[in-house]
Design a protein around this ligand. Sequence first.
Ligand SMILES: *Cc1c(COP(=O)(O)O)cnc(C)c1O
Length: 392
Amino acid sequence: MASSFYPPQRTLMGPGPSDVSARVLGALSRPTIGHLDPLFVTLMDEIKVLLQYAFQTTNELTLPVSAPGSAGMEACFVNLLSPGDKVIVCQNGVFGGRMKENVERCGATAIMVEDTWGEPVSVDKVIAAFDEHPDTCVLAFVHAETSTGVRSDAAALCKLATERNALSIVDAVTSLGGIELLVDEWGADAVYSGTQKCLSCVPGVSPVTFSPRAVERINNRGHKVQSWFLDMQLVMGYWGGSSKRAYHHTAPVNALYALHESLVMLQEEGLEAAHRRHRHNHLALVAGLEAMGLSMVVAPEYRLPQLNLVNIPEGVDDAALRSTLLEEFDLEIGAGLGALAGKAWRIGLMGFASSERNVITCLNALEAVLLRQHAAINPGKALNAAQAVLKG
Ligand SMILES: *Cc1c(COP(=O)(O)O)cnc(C)c1O
């Protein structure tokens, strides 16, 4: 007979999920109520306002899709694209490749703009792609590439899309809550995110927001969205502004209690303060890693503070090191993905997990395990270097 599952208390410093606070877990375990209960409807309204704050937008169509970030991605593509449309897709890591998949499954054509993994999207290459394909109707790119730890210039890319009369689709799964994301100021049209990265909420929900231009495109579609579940015109009847809510699907009630709590925490801290905290802890981690003799993959100006790509030193057994960290130190860090598999670690400092405690924990554990593997590092230096930044 199976028995109850009791997971260990891990420290989650990979590419997500990140550590969920006791406060958010507490909210998750409150009594389930009906998803059309007037009190739940009030909560839905509040979540919408809190998401508008997180996204820095007044977009009416701002809501959490009841499925993970990948569903938010799919919601943006299936609602905005029609067969035959031309879409410029920027790829500088794993997630741009998924955008291409989405475009093609909508029967649209993806015009790929590729950049080296570890580098940001080249705005000049996107300009050249628009020059070559002036009939492009959507520009899609990843703001914070979680596979490489790189931030691209979302403001410039959104502005370019608007100038070329195209809509922008922005993957902000890892950026929301961790770095500046100004949906209205940048003129981003369809933006999707996730709960388990810098919001430090449980996985399984995807906040999305659509600009008035994007809503107009959705309302003027010539034919039905191929996905019934993700059809925003139907979802709007459930999450819409009017007091009359029509049943579409059962919202993940408790997961939304958790999302609400994590957004309340973000509002209490303030967006700018949250961004500063992410940056501060990132600088301390990098100082410690470099003092230890390790090197970073990404140039400083493009680094994501919430996801740190570290080159694996020569001779180190990557898989053995990560399993020792997990088994003996209850510490999860991420493996390299795609082109960076076996070459880099991905150390997350996302949301609630971006703390001084985690910076110190990670540096100590990593140093201990590297020493066991006789790696050529400088022992005894990382703590001082990190501390100097943390207390500086
Ligand atoms: C994690 C992630 C996703 C996918 O989110 P899921 O919640 O795993 O479906 C998409 N894009 C980026 C950039 C991500 O980091």
